[in-house]
Design a binder for this molecule. Structure first.
Ligand code: SF4
Length: 89
């Protein structure tokens, strides 16, 4: 059952306070786990097994994937490309 660890508490480095496991496992919009769930919980429970049992590979990848590019990175890339075009042109 997915709620089995819900009431366990942990210190959240992002919030600077204690949160229950339920918070960590439903953090993302579509109720997917926080990106750091493995790092934070690996010594407290069998987090790998838990993820494996309750989520599809696709869901796990979606939840744990690195964040998409920031706006600034995208802008910098565009500038870089524009420069190259200018140099080549
Ligand atoms: S898994 Fe995410 S929400 Fe939970 S304690 Fe770690 S950083 Fe905080």
């Amino acid at each position: 059952m997915i709620e089995v660890y819900d009431s366990l508490m942990i210190y959240c480095p992002q919030l600077g306070g204690e949160v229950p496991f339920k918070y960590c496992r439903t953090l993302l919009h579509d109720h997917l786990p926080c990106r750091k769930i493995i790092i934070c919980w690996e010594f407290k429970l069998e987090i790998g097994k838990f993820l494996n049992e309750h989520y599809s590979l696709e869901q796990i990848q979606k939840a744990l994937a690195p964040p998409t590019k920031t706006r600034m990175e995208t802008i910098l890339e565009l500038i870089e490309k524009a420069k190259k075009v200018k140099e080549e042109g």
